[in-house]
Design a protein around this ligand. Structure first.
Ligand code: NAD
Length: 445
């Protein structure tokens, strides 16, 4: 078993640390945010990730948390870098300043630990880090790229049961040492050069985003032609060459990875003189998709000024409290700009913090009270039975815009709601009575 240092106690760092401890290693985790470290030392988990609390508690004896970089490095055989790499304002390039801080502040390292980069970085980063380590006289520190593919909401399971483990190394010995760490996991390991390993991560994410933007565009054509994207995706996904994953139409992708990784790859290509046309379209489709809900609401309610809209779900997807680049934020801003009143609900996100311009409600019932429309933004299980009498009676108008195609349209309509999903046929009964009245009014123009 090894002694491992982890830089960064965020979503990736904590899951990595807890899982490596579960595999029997002694792990020291360092973060730079004192409150985070204090909470972890008290046994509290600063993020919501299913299964993480239990895993950290179970392996508490093998886990230490600190603010001190020296403690992480002391006796470590591996140094995992799990810091955030957000986009640089205006340019969209990946901001590697936190990675560089670690490389530059790495205390005098004894032995020959391998620096393992888990953060998502542009291709070429490893070469630059290797050169910087050498320049600092740290030639004895190994280097490996080991991109992270876990998805928030199921990260613990993804770490323990990965589809594959990708390792890129300059020195084959470093690659072998990292591979040995994962020996007890049942997963294919792919070793390659560092540049290719870095690109695997960016290409995988870009491909997933492409699938989502693709099905969202199919959904938009379905809306115009009367087809049902849910049935279309089912029929398409059964083709073994295509598969069923990432074919759910909705309000668009968000989160801490897809938006920034798409920009980073776009800029990486552009900086190398290549215009990545397809990726540009994938990003643009997603931006437009987030706004389509506004059009749907306007079709039913007319002008949104003074209308009350319940936004149900703030997290960028179910199973996480992460709201970075969440479609809910774009929707709330657009609604407020239109003069609507927004009431928001989420089971795990602290809405007062992330959406101060909205009225945050502790229950779904409270959020829909007096609302002219309820919009499902996150596919939380708690919303699966939204189309029920109690909710209908609380709302001023029984309109559900289902941004995740979570509900059965026929059931929602049978329960007395006007219902609109994404890419699903609209029924004449979906037009609210007020809307029919308005349409009948003689034109004044
Ligand atoms: N979140 C995911 O599901 C996911 C999945 C795959 C890859 N990634 C990538 O992994 C990286 C980390 O993502 P995240 O979501 O865990 O980020 P995060 O923001 O949740 O966590 C990063 C942590 O690093 C800490 N930090 C910053 N500078 C530090 C330093 N010098 N020393 C120690 N700690 C420092 C921050 O305080 C923060 O707690 C990113 O590059 C991301 O793209 C994330």
């Amino acid at each position: 078993m090894s002694r491992i240092g982890v830089f960064g106690a965020g979503y990736v760092g904590l899951v990595t640390a807890a899982s490596l401890a579960e595999l029997g290693n002694d792990v020291v985790v360092r973060d730079v945010v004192p409150e985070k470290v204090e909470r972890l030392l008290r046994g509290e988990v600063p993020i919501f990730e299913p299964g993480l609390d239990e895993l950290l508690a179970k392996n508490a004896e093998r886990l230490t948390f600190t603010l001190d970089a020296g403690e992480v490095v002391d006796g470590a055989e591996f140094l995992f870098v799990c810091v955030d790499t957000p986009p640089v304002a205006y340019s969209g390039d990946a901001d590697l300043s936190r990675v560089w801080t670690i490389v530059e502040e790495l205390p005098n390292v004894e032995g020959n630990p391998v620096l393992v980069l888990k953060s998502t970085v542009p291709v070429g980063t490893g070469e630059k880090v290797r050169a910087a380590l050498d320049q600092r006289g740290l030639e004895h520190v190994g280097y490996a790229s080991n991109p992270e593919f876990t998805a928030e909401g199921r990260a613990v399971r993804d770490f323990m049961e990965p589809d594959r483990i990708v390792i890129g190394a300059f020195d084959p010995d470093d690659g072998e040492r990292v591979e040995a760490l994962y020996a007890s996991l049942d997963a294919p390991v792919v070793q390659m050069d560092v540049n290719s390993a870095e690109m695997v991560k960016l290409a995988s994410n870009a491909f997933l985003m492409t699938r989502i933007s693709f099905i969202n565009e199919i959904a938009n054509v379905c809306e115009a032609t009367g087809a049902d994207v849910v049935r279309v995706a089912e029929g398409v996904g059964l083709d073994k060459r295509l598969g069923p994953h990432f074919l759910r139409a909705g309000v668009g992708w968000g989160g801490s990875c897809f938006p920034k990784d798409s920009l980073a790859l776009k800029q990486l290509a552009a900086n190398s003189g290549y215009h990545f046309q397809l990726l540009n379209a994938v990003i643009e489709v997603n931006e437009l998709q987030k706004r389509r809900v506004i059009g749907k609401l306007e079709r039913h309610l007319g002008k949104l000024r003074g209308k009350r809209v319940a936004l149900l779900g703030l997290a960028f997807k179910a199973g996480t409290d992460d709201t970075r680049e969440a479609p809910s934020l774009v929707l709330a801003s657009r609604l407020i700009a239109e003069g609507a009143e927004v009431r928001a609900w989420d089971p795990v996100v602290d809405g007062k913090q992330v959406m101060p311009q909205a009225e945050f409600c502790m229950t779904v019932q409270d959020a829909v009270r007096g609302a002219d429309a309820a919009v499902i933004v996150t596919e939380w299980d708690e919303l699966r039975d939204l189309a029920r009498r109690e909710i209908r009676e609380l709302m001023a108008r029984p309109l559900i815009v289902d941004g995740r195609n979570l509900l059965d349209p026929a059931q929602a309509r049978a329960a007395g709601f006007a219902y609109e999903g994404i890419g699903r046929p609209v029924s004449p009964s979906d037009v609210l009575p007020e809307r029919l009245e308005r349409d009948r009014e003689p034109s004044t123009s």
